[in-house]
Design a protein around this ligand. Structure first.
Ligand SMILES: CC(C)(COP(=O)(O)OP(=O)(O)OC[C@H]1O[C@@H](n2cnc3c(N)ncnc32)[C@H](O)[C@@H]1OP(=O)(O)O)[C@@H](O)C(=O)NCCC(=O)NCCS
Length: 263
């Protein structure tokens, strides 16, 4: 979920038909805005969990609002702790390409010029390979099929490509796609948010991810964005080490729970 979609002062509830169709049950999303008042949000949340009709509500709130866990547990739904998302930021100026290292390793970054089938296949290949065993909030819920969760990531990446090919950065090794980042520009025009980013398993563990991030930095500067932001589950320590090395710092934490209607 993009950082912009988590902003606001209220508790919002909306249907999520794409996810519902994918997993074969009715799904809604509930978001407690970053600037909501905790005590009011707690009351609204418990009422909403009891009145909403969807079988599954995917609920997100700012992690510092520690009262909301108990509020959700006081509802008639069963609550599955699903993840904590950590948001990290870096000035775009810090993500600079190293042309010498790129040339030495046979690497380059590329932004597709169109959403042609070959580009789509390259994107899907990298996302499938890098996110294959990825633990996320869907996989926390035994009611949801893990394979369909991966399909969701593939869909999400393909939608970025279809929306605007410039929202995709590929890392190429000797003309083979080995890394991908999908992007969206925030509402204020200053943030370039990385929605998904990964490297194929075969090329991980040798410092190549930094080159993909530098390609994103190029895109940010080209679009006049001053900040690059990105998020992951708190347990994904490996990528957070890479972000710290690249100069990112954490600035937000968001809790996700799945609230299941009891039979
Ligand atoms: C996120 C991801 C791209 C990171 O890949 P990675 O290979 O670990 O990252 P790097 O390219 O920075 O490589 C760093 C590792 O290589 C090692 N390394 C070896 N040679 C290196 C070199 N010359 N320079 C830097 N690091 C080197 C480092 O020690 C480091 O290992 P460590 O984290 O255990 O200390 C990869 O884990 C991935 O695709 N994961 C699945 C998707 C995902 O989690 N995405 C993030 C959320 S969107």
């Amino acid at each position: 979920m993009s950082w912009d979609a988590l902003q606001g002062t209220t508790v919002t509830h909306f249907a999520s038909p794409l996810e519902g169709d994918r997993f074969g049950l009715s799904i809604g999303r509930v978001v407690v805005g970053q600037d909501a008042i905790e005590s009011t949000a707690a009351q609204e949340l418990v009422g909403l969990l009891d009145t909403a009709t969807e079988e599954l509500l995917i609920v997100r709130w700012p992690t510092h609002m520690v009262a909301l866990g108990a509020a959700a547990a006081a509802s008639q739904r069963s609550i599955i702790p699903a993840d904590v998302l950590m948001y990290w930021e870096v000035p775009a100026s810090r993500l600079q390409p190293d042309d010498v290292a790129l040339a030495e390793r046979g690497l380059r970054t590329a932004v597709p010029t169109g959403a042609d089938p070959a580009t789509r296949r390259a994107l899907e290949h990298v996302v499938r390979d890098s996110f294959r065993d990825y633990g996320n909030h869907y996989t926390a819920n035994p009611r949801l099929d893990r394979q369909l969760a991966l399909d969701g990531y593939l869909d999400w990446a393909s939608r970025s490509l279809a929306h605007d090919p410039e929202d995709v950065v590929l890392l190429m090794h000797e003309d083979e796609p080995v890394g991908v980042a999908t992007l969206t520009v925030g509402n204020d025009g200053d943030d370039l948010e990385i929605l998904l980013a990964g490297l194929t398993g075969a090329v991980q563990g040798q410092g190549w991810y930094h080159h993909l991030l530098a390609g994103v930095g190029d895109q940010a500067r080209a679009r006049g964005c001053g900040r690059v932001i990105i998020s992951t589950q708190a347990h994904n320590l490996r990528v957070q080490r890479a972000w710290a090395r690249a100069g990112f710092r954490p600035f937000g934490a968001v809790t996700t729970v799945h609230a299941m209607r009891r039979p």
